[in-house]
Structure formats: structure tokens, C-alpha cells
Design a binder for this molecule. Structure first.
Ligand SMILES: Nc1ncnc2c1ncn2[C@@H]1O[C@H](COP(=O)(O)OP(=O)(O)OP(=O)(O)O)[C@@H](O)[C@H]1O
Ligand SMILES: O=C(CO)[C@H](O)[C@H](O)COP(=O)(O)O
Length: 327
């Protein structure tokens, strides 16, 4: 039987630098939803850039000018474009550094490209020029009340801000969010919406159970032999907790998307069969992100489904690129 090539080795040898843009508001779950990609390929192949480093104004200057970090005025899109373009060509950059502790800029640091670069931030593909450099785009879009809950929990609990100040900041940002961040949804290969779970606040707060919907375009092309089977027998026989799968088609202003909604908790078996498929298809073993868990949440399922879709795109590029030509 023909053995699948180890796709991690294929990527390591490939000249292609694959850029994933992940857009969303501060604390919207960008890092959470791309963690599976980082885990599967490992830190030798994947590096992440946080776009806060490309602010042009420090905290003080933003305050003086009454500008939010979401405004284009507070961000250097041109430098970002230049840097992404260099990284895609395999060239090192001097990356700026925004220091969240003091709200000022530290000296730039040398940054060399790895084969997969994740660009996380407010505006990774806000301009046409940036979009032309992206190989895969994701928008993470928690509902307002979910986003507010997370932000308050983090900024009050971990960063010592007062709740009233966090609320005022969220309110001040909302206009610019609609104007400058949210429009990227129309240019996203995948949009992740996170809503309150229909199973109630108790499981939501205790076990991070949310209703997560993955919106995607139909693919023009998929790689061969993609196998994404769920074992309905074991899902059904082993489940002792509530869960939901739902698929529907939906329209945005410009396109028609498929929306897969998951909610609740699934027995580990379900995610294990997805992991096995990724192992089989990519030759990368072990893929065991959730080992030791009895149940996985909708968020964890979507992390894996999203990484599967991203890997699919990366393999398609490799198949199309032949010898060294990165499309
Ligand atoms: N799907 C989720 N389920 C439960 N909690 C979540 C989820 N996504 C995010 N959170 C909560 O929100 C916090 C921020 O998430 P995360 O770090 O992924 O966001 P981010 O968009 O990468 O943030 P930043 O803008 O600071 O880089 C997490 O620490 C967690 O408390
Ligand atoms: O939107 C943000 C992150 O995406 C931050 O608010 C922005 O980077 C400014 O950071 P700070 O509040 O630490 O000055």
C-alpha cells in the first residue's frame, strides 16, 4: 500500500510561505481558533505575528487624538503590506513591537519567515493589497454579549482594569469595529460565529460550551480522497451530554455560504476520528490535540474542522505549485 508522504516534511522542504490572516476584535478568540494549526505543524513551521505591532500611534497619542486602535489612522497598513510581501518571498524583516504593558513601542526585532505565518489582528486583510497576499482568511465573530463577557473576564480578572472602564472602552470601539474591522467578513474564506449555548449559562461558564457556527464558501476544488466521516453510531451510543449539528445555506450581501453550527459536547470518539483522518491524509502523526478528554466542545470541534480546511488549501497549493512555483 502506498504510504502517505509526511506533509510536515513536504511543507518544510517547500519554498512556499503560506499566509493565514485571522481577523477579529481584541479578545475575540483568534488565537483559540487557530491553535490546532499551530499544534499540528509545530513551532518549527508556524509563526504568528500580532498586528498590534503595526500600530502607528501609542496609547497616549491615541488618547490625545481621540482615535481608537481600530481606526486606519492608528495602523500602518503600508508597512504591514511591505513586510508580508517580504516574508512571502522568504526575506527577514525588522518587526515593530507594541508593548501592551506600557502602551508604547519597544525597539523593532528581527523576524524571519517560517513556512506558515499566521497574521492575527484587527485588520490583516482590510485592504486589497493585503488581501492579495493572503492564502487563507478567517474572521472570528463572537456575538456582542459573548465578546463583552470574555473581554470583561480577561481585562478585569487578569489585567486589573475596572469593569466600568472596560465597558466604556467597548462602547467607544463599537463604531470603528463596524466601519473598519467587520467589513473583512466579506473577504473571509471562513467566518466563525460564537453565540451563547442553547444548553444554558451553567455549562457555558463551567465547561466553555458555546454555539459555534463555521461559515464557508463552497470550494472550487478539494484535494482527492478527503474523508471527514463522523461515526454516527458511536456519537449516538456513547453520548451522555447534549449536542447539536445543523447545516444551512445563508446569504450575505455578496455571497452564498454554507453554515455548520455545532453546540454542546461530543464524545471524544468523534474528534478522534477527525484527528485520525488528518493523520491519514497528511502523514503527520500523532495528531492528538484533545487526548485524555472524555468530551470535546463545539469550539474544539470547529478548531479541528477549520485546521482541516486550512490544510486542505495548503495541500492544494502544493499540488498546483509543482516544482517550486508558489501560486
Ligand atoms: N471559543 C471560546 N470558548 C471559551 N472562551 C473563549 C473562546 N474564545 C476565546 N475565549 C476567551 O476569550 C479570551 C481571549 O481569547 P483569544 O486569546 O483566543 O482571543 P484573541 O482574539 O486572540 O485575543 P487578542 O486580541 O488579545 O490577541 C480567552 O482567554 C478566553 O477566555
Ligand atoms: O485592539 C487591541 C488589540 O487587538 C488593543 O486594544 C490595541 O492593540 C491597544 O492595546 P492597549 O489597550 O494595550 O494599548
Amino acid at each position: 500500500m502506498k504510504k502517505t508522504k509526511n506533509f510536515r516534511d513536504v511543507i518544510a522542504k517547500s519554498p512556499c510561505v503560506f499566509v493565514i490572516g485571522v481577523a477579529g476584535d481584541s479578545g475575540s478568540g483568534k488565537t483559540t481558533f487557530t491553535s490546532a494549526v499551530r499544534e499540528i505543524f509545530g513551532e518549527n513551521l508556524v509563526s504568528t505575528i500580532t498586528l498590534d505591532d503595526y500600530h502607528t500611534l501609542d496609547r497616549e497619542e491615541r488618547k490625545e487624538r481621540n482615535v481608537t486602535p481600530l481606526s486606519p489612522e492608528a495602523n500602518n497598513f503600508e508597512l504591514l503590506r511591505e513586510h508580508v510581501s517580504m516574508l512571502k518571498r522568504g526575506l527577514p524583516i525588522q518587526k515593530p513591537v507594541y508593548n501592551h504593558k506600557n502602551g508604547r513601542f519597544d525597539p523593532p526585532v528581527p523576524f524571519s519567515p517560517k513556512k506558515i505565518i499566521i497574521l492575527e489582528g484587527l485588520h490583516p486583510f482590510a485592504t486589497e493589497e493585503l488581501r492579495s497576499l493572503m492564502d487563507f482568511t478567517v474572521f472570528v465573530n463572537p456575538d456582542k454579549d459573548v465578546k463583552y463577557d470574555w473581554k470583561i473576564r480577561r481585562d478585569v480578572g487578569e489585567r486589573g482594569y475596572k469593569k466600568e472602564d472596560v465597558m466604556a472602552e467597548l462602547k467607544a470601539r463599537s463604531v470603528d469595529y463596524e466601519l473598519y474591522v467587520k467589513p473583512q467578513i466579506e473577504y473571509s474564506d471562513a467566518v466563525i460565529r460564537i453565540s451563547n449555548s442553547r444548553y444554558g449559562k451553567r455549562v457555558q461558564n463551567m465547561r466553555n460550551v458555546y454555539n459555534v457556527t463555521l461559515y464557508q464558501n463552497r470550494l472550487d476544488k478539494t484535494i482527492k480522497n478527503i474523508n471527514l466521516n463522523f461515526n454516527l453510531f458511536s456519537i449516538n451510543s456513547l453520548a451522555d451530554r447534549n449536542f447539536l449539528f445543523e447545516f444551512h445555506r445563508t446569504n450575505t450581501d455578496k455571497r452564498r455560504l454554507g453554515a455548520l453550527s455545532l453546540d454542546g459536547e461530543f464524545s471524544f470518539d468523534v474528534i478522534r476520528s477527525l484527528e485520525k483522518n488528518i493523520e491519514k491524509q497528511t502523514g503527520v502523526t500523532p495528531v492528538s490535540l484533545y487526548s485524555g478528554k472524555e468530551y470535546v466542545t463545539a469550539t474544539e470541534m470547529v478548531q479541528l474542522l477549520l485546521s482541516w480546511r486550512i490544510i486542505n488549501k495548503r495541500i492544494a497549493i502544493e499540488e498546483e505549485s509543482g516544482d517550486g512555483f508558489c501560486v
